[in-house]
Design a protein around this ligand. Sequence first.
Ligand code: CMC
Length: 428
Amino acid sequence: MAESAEIILDGKSYPFPVIEGTEHEKAIDIAKLRDLTGYVTLDSGYKNTGATKSAITFLDGEEGILRYRGYPIEQLAEQSSFIEVAYLLIYGKLPTQAELDDFSHQITKHTLVHEDVRKIFDGFPSAAHPMAILSSLICSLTAFYPESVAPDLSKEEIDLNVIRLMAKISTIAAWTYKNNMGHPLNYPRNDLDYCSNFLYMMFSFPTEKYEIDPRIVSALNKLLILHADHEQNCSTSTVRLVGSANASLYGSVSAGINALWGPLHGGANQEVLEMLQAIQKDGGDTSKFIAKAKDKNDSFRLMGFGHRVYKNFDPRAKIIKKAADEVLAALGIDDPLLKIAQELEQAALTDEYFIERKLYPNVDFYSGIIYRAIGIPTEMFTVMFALGRLPGWIAQWKEMRENKEPIGRPRQIYTGETERNYVGIDQR
Ligand code: CMC
């Protein structure tokens, strides 16, 4: 590896240190660039910019590798539970049995939300998108726990906010659905594990007992694990940026939820299913839609394809594809959308346009099929993503605080008018 980088500007050379991560990722440390040279860097979309040093998640987009705290995603998805992975991400190590029991117990104890939060639901239109409600209500927790905005919270106080957020998001998420359906809300049950309790709150009715299916619990655990962190993506960077101003954990995560909702980010999972339904409604000719995606005069994109960092394959998509087959087979579901998805994937993977641009199915491509199979309605898909991503957001927020990172404040290259004098309205 080079010992330093040299930048030559106006005939003068400036050396900059080069740093290397534990997985040999290399970076030029330009912290002093502007002070020394008067120049800044410009990198639209941050395609080449490392925003932080982080010890949480490693991903190699070229090799299709994803690891949380060093543990391969494949092993975690197969052998761990969502709550164990949440602990791993947030506290940096796999918990002992006692630590896991205590963490699960703490979360279970805090799943009730203040009755006044319930009242806020009444103010939303019944057709409101669940992501709009989720982000608002997560932000509203700052109002219920005003001490959470203090910039100098102790470790115990931060832990309490972490537990509250992990616990209450599942209740609020399930209630967004119930509210949307006009159904009575279910209160959490302390005798159930995290995923079972969420399914119970989503699907139980006072008139009908909901039988918790262990196959569905297992599929949900897997999906949440696969979404749990993904280093410095759009929503996580948002959480860190908002948090860097010493905003509360709830406010920072609420901002992340809004970023995730975008159709180019987590909102893509809803878009994928709607796209598959549109193809089905149109007669099922996938080649027509492949042609549309390639047409530069058509704004249509193949949702669930392509990724900013994965340029070989998305390891999460591989696991989800297999899980989709297993879940559908186990539940005896024959979903015609799965067939369309498979056809689309096959066509795209053999098409020059997609090969050239390294566009592969991403995590969102098959997740919707599983969500649909386990009864989650399409509008809730991105809420499910948020539920899964929460431990990652928390871990990244906490790391940013513990590392005492400075407030995030990018520079710009101004391209507007230079100074000019104000002109009265009658002279314009
Ligand atoms: N369908 C058709 N063409 C595409 C697609 C697609 N899904 N994705 C990228 N391209 C083309 C794009 O038109 C461009 O072509 P050209 O070089 O001829 O102009 C080229 O591929 C590079 O695209 P880009 O937009 O510069 O790539 P990016 O890294 O900025 O964007 C992306 C990545 C994920 C936003 C994009 O691939 C996309 O819009 N995919 C569909 C939405 C989606 O599935 N998002 C979920 C991402 S995974 C989960 C998550 O992170 O939340």
